[in-house]
Design a protein around this ligand. Structure first.
Ligand SMILES: *[C@@H]1O[C@H](CO)[C@@H](O)[C@H](O)[C@H]1NC(C)=O
Ligand SMILES: *[C@@H]1O[C@H](CO)[C@@H](O)[C@H](O)[C@H]1NC(C)=O
Ligand SMILES: *[C@@H]1O[C@H](CO)[C@@H](O)[C@H](O)[C@H]1NC(C)=O
Ligand SMILES: *[C@@H]1O[C@H](CO)[C@@H](O)[C@H](O)[C@H]1NC(C)=O
Ligand SMILES: *[C@@H]1O[C@H](CO)[C@@H](O)[C@H](O)[C@H]1NC(C)=O
Ligand SMILES: *[C@@H]1O[C@H](CO)[C@@H](O)[C@H](O)[C@H]1NC(C)=O
Ligand SMILES: *[C@@H]1O[C@H](CO)[C@@H](O)[C@H](O)[C@H]1NC(C)=O
Ligand SMILES: *[C@@H]1O[C@H](CO)[C@@H](O)[C@H](O)[C@H]1NC(C)=O
Ligand SMILES: *[C@@H]1O[C@H](CO)[C@@H](O)[C@H](O)[C@H]1NC(C)=O
Ligand SMILES: *[C@@H]1O[C@H](CO)[C@@H](O)[C@H](O)[C@H]1NC(C)=O
Ligand SMILES: *[C@@H]1O[C@H](CO)[C@@H](O)[C@H](O)[C@H]1NC(C)=O
Ligand SMILES: *[C@@H]1O[C@H](CO)[C@@H](O)[C@H](O)[C@H]1NC(C)=O
Length: 556
């Protein structure tokens, strides 16, 4: 299809819009055409006509203006107090035709206010934190953006809308945000206008984050003690502890202990993630009854606390008394124990009795009871716990002086020169004084180790034990057998034994010889009878016995 010829109306329109042939300007021109300047500034603007001698030339603007200079077809104006962006129109009338053109003045200004809203003094880790930045002023808004920062890190970048504008961002608070500096910045980007990028930054705000577990702190006792005390005795000191783990930052945590609404003087200790406090509790009798023991740990803007009711009680030791602290043997003494009403006492050695707060018994004091200890145990139940208070007392019995067979043996018989130990001791309370002196010369009894035993020790001694309670005496006989006498006795014994043996042997021998002699005589009588019957001449005597003559002789 061939293009249609353009109509005359369209041609006129094109001629008006397009610059004419030969460079002839058909509209005015302004220089600079698109100035950018800070608010309130001033500007020189050159308005020139497209024809040589325009009949009219001027600048139309609400801004205060001043003619500076002019030429054939131009005028130079000074515009001042340029507070806002505006579009002055440069107009001229050339050959009866009015032509005009517009300058575009862009005014910029930095924000007067860039401020990060205050952060909460403390913010829990794991909870969202809303950052809010107030931006007032700042133009042109199209070129202005707001940035929320954590340190150097950009958290959010947003356009600035509204006057004043509030820009917000939400961040999840972390442990690492503790101590982090948050800030807000605006960026006025005038680079497209041939200027730079201008930043305005708010003052930084430091965040403090924390972790405080939901569980309450633990009340505790020093090691060795069962649990938290349910009862505290008036007038005693008790250490109470309290701790909480899992804290961040533990060092910023506050801990305190209270008893009956009064703060206890405690010492605080920190570890990596825990805090603990120990206090010495000292309650007085006027605090008797239930009291509230409280431990509170606070961190950030939160507090965790534990409470426990403890009973303050008064439980003096039982009064354990003896009717006389010192009694003479054979006398009656009364042992009694008394505890405050409500307690139950158990008195050692006492006959069984129904439980009561008082117990007593009588006893006949003997020497064996000296130094005997009586104990009384009182028990009291306080908030389900049975508490004990014990007392002991020692009985002193006055007895003696005593010096009997067992303490001082009466008769000693020792061999001279041997080593012996002589024991002689007197007993009694008060302790008696013992003196033993030989009756004849007053020499003291050699009590103790005797090595060796000498003849000079022998004698009869009189021992005397004396105390304030009287005196007793005892005789001690010390016999010493001399070593020489002993040898003599042994020799005599041996001699006598030998003599008896010799006599025995002689008598035995004599009997034998008598029997032999009688036999001989009988044989001789028989031989004589035979000789008499038939005596052979020269016959030798029968078996010559050499002993015969001798025996006969000996027998005489
Ligand atoms: C204003 O503009 C005209 C034409 O563009 C020029 O000839 C003249 O020198 C200018 N005046 C000044 C003061 O720059
Ligand atoms: C420009 O701002 C200044 C100061 O804010 C003011 O005194 C002046 O009147 C303003 N000018 C115009 C034209 O609005
Ligand atoms: C603690 O601060 C947070 C904001 O950080 C707030 O939401 C909370 O209500 C505060 N809690 C108390 C007990 O003040
Ligand atoms: C924190 O905010 C984000 C959105 O900004 C949300 O998805 C998240 O559940 C929030 N977390 C908490 C713990 O409130
Ligand atoms: C935050 O700023 C304070 C001073 O304004 C500075 O002492 C601290 O070190 C900064 N914290 C960080 C994490 O940069
Ligand atoms: C904003 O920043 C510019 C330079 O970037 C500075 O000249 C101006 O004083 C700042 N404004 C404020 C309110 O700080
Ligand atoms: C707290 O204890 C410290 C030392 O343990 C002591 O110096 C101080 O006087 C005590 N304060 C009170 C009020 O008891
Ligand atoms: C105590 O006992 C002794 C001997 O057993 C007796 O001689 C004495 O009379 C008793 N005393 C009393 C007060 O019963
Ligand atoms: C124990 O003795 C003291 C003083 O002797 C007295 O004040 C107290 O009341 C007595 N206690 C009892 C339970 O008798
Ligand atoms: C007191 O005596 C009771 C019973 O005799 C005993 O169970 C308790 O351990 C004793 N307490 C002390 C502190 O000696
Ligand atoms: C010592 O022994 C003699 C007799 O051997 C006896 O008569 C005397 O009573 C005894 N003395 C003592 C104190 O036993
Ligand atoms: C009697 O014996 C005591 C020791 O048993 C001794 O101290 C005292 O001197 C003696 N008395 C005389 C008179 O020798």
């Amino acid at each position: 299809m061939a293009p249609a010829r353009p109509g005359p109306l369209l041609l006129a329109l094109i001629a008006a819009l397009l610059p004419g042939p030969g460079g002839a300007q058909q509209s005015t021109s302004v220089h600079p055409e698109k100035p950018v300047l800070p608010r309130g500034g001033s500007l020189e603007l050159n308005c020139s006509a497209p024809c040589a001698e325009p009949s009219d030339l001027g600048l139309e603007t609400p801004l205060p203006k001043m003619d500076l200079s002019s030429g054939d077809n131009w005028k130079l104006y000074k515009l001042s107090e340029i507070n806002e962006s505006s579009n002055p129109i440069c107009y001229a009338t050339c050959h009866g035709v009015q032509v005009s053109s517009e300058a575009t003045i862009t005014v910029y200004r930095f924000p007067e206010t860039v401020e990060l809203a205050p952060l909460p003094p403390w913010h829990p880790v794991g909870q969202n934190l809303t950052l809010s930045c107030l931006v007032a002023g700042g133009e042109p808004r199209a070129q202005l953006s707001a940035v929320l920062l954590r340190g150097e890190e950009e958290l959010s970048r947003q356009p600035v809308l509204g006057e004043p504008a509030v820009v917000t961002a939400t961040v999840l608070a972390r442990r690492s945000d503790h101590g982090a500096n948050f800030s807000c910045a605006t960026e006025l980007d005038l680079r497209p206008h041939g200027l730079g990028l201008f930043q305005n930054t708010s003052a930084p705000r430091q965040l403090r984050t924390f972790v405080l577990p939901m569980n309450p702190p633990q009340l505790s006792m020093p090691p060795g003690v069962l649990e938290v005390p349910v009862a505290l005795e008036a007038g005693t000191r008790q250490r109470v502890g309290c701790s909480l783990d899992g804290l961040f930052p533990a060092l910023e945590a506050q801990i305190h202990l209270e008893l009956g609404g009064e703060r206890l003087n405690s010492t605080t200790a920190y570890s990596k993630d825990s805090v603990s406090a120990t206090a010495t509790v000292e309650v007085t009798a006027d605090q008797e009854g239930p009291q509230n023991l409280l431990c509170a740990v606070s961190l950030g803007n939160q507090t965790r606390q534990t409470q426990r009711t403890v009973t303050v009680y008064s439980f003096p030791s039982p009064n354990l008394t003896l009717s006389q602290p010192e009694v003479s043997e054979g006398n009656l003494v009364m042992v009694s124990c008394e505890a405050p009403a409500g307690a139950r006492v158990t008195l050692s050695s006492a006959p069984a009795e129904p439980p009561s707060s008082k117990a007593q018994f009588h006893m006949n004091a003997s020497a064996e009871d000296h130094g005997r200890r009586f104990s009384c145990s009182a028990e009291l139940e306080v908030s389900g716990q049975v508490l004990y208070k014990n007392r002991t007392v020692e009985l002193r019995v006055l007895y003696g002086p005593r010096l009997n067979e067992r303490d001082c043996l009466g008769n000693w018989t020792w061999e001279e020169g041997s080593s012996q130990t002589l024991i002689c001791q007197a007993w009694g309370n008060p302790a008696p004084h013992l003196s033993c002196n030989r009756t004849n010369d007053g020499a003291p009894l050699p009590i103790g180790d005797l090595r060796p035993v000498k003849q000079g020790h022998a004698g009869t001694y009189l021992c005397r034990a004396v105390s304030s309670r009287g005196a007793v005496t005892r005789e001690v006989v010390l016999k010493v057998i001399s070593g020489m006498n002993l040898v003599a006795i042994i020799l005599v014994t041996i001699g006598l034994t030998l003599g008896a043996v010799a006599i025995g042997a002689y008598l035995y021998n004599r009997q034998r010889k008598i029997r032999k002699y009688k036999l001989q005589k009988a044989r001789e009588a028989a031989a004589l009878k035979l000789k008499a019957q038939a005596t052979p001449p020269g016959a030798p005597p029968t078996s010559g016995d050499p002993l015969t003559g001798c025996t006969a002789g000996e027998l005489n």
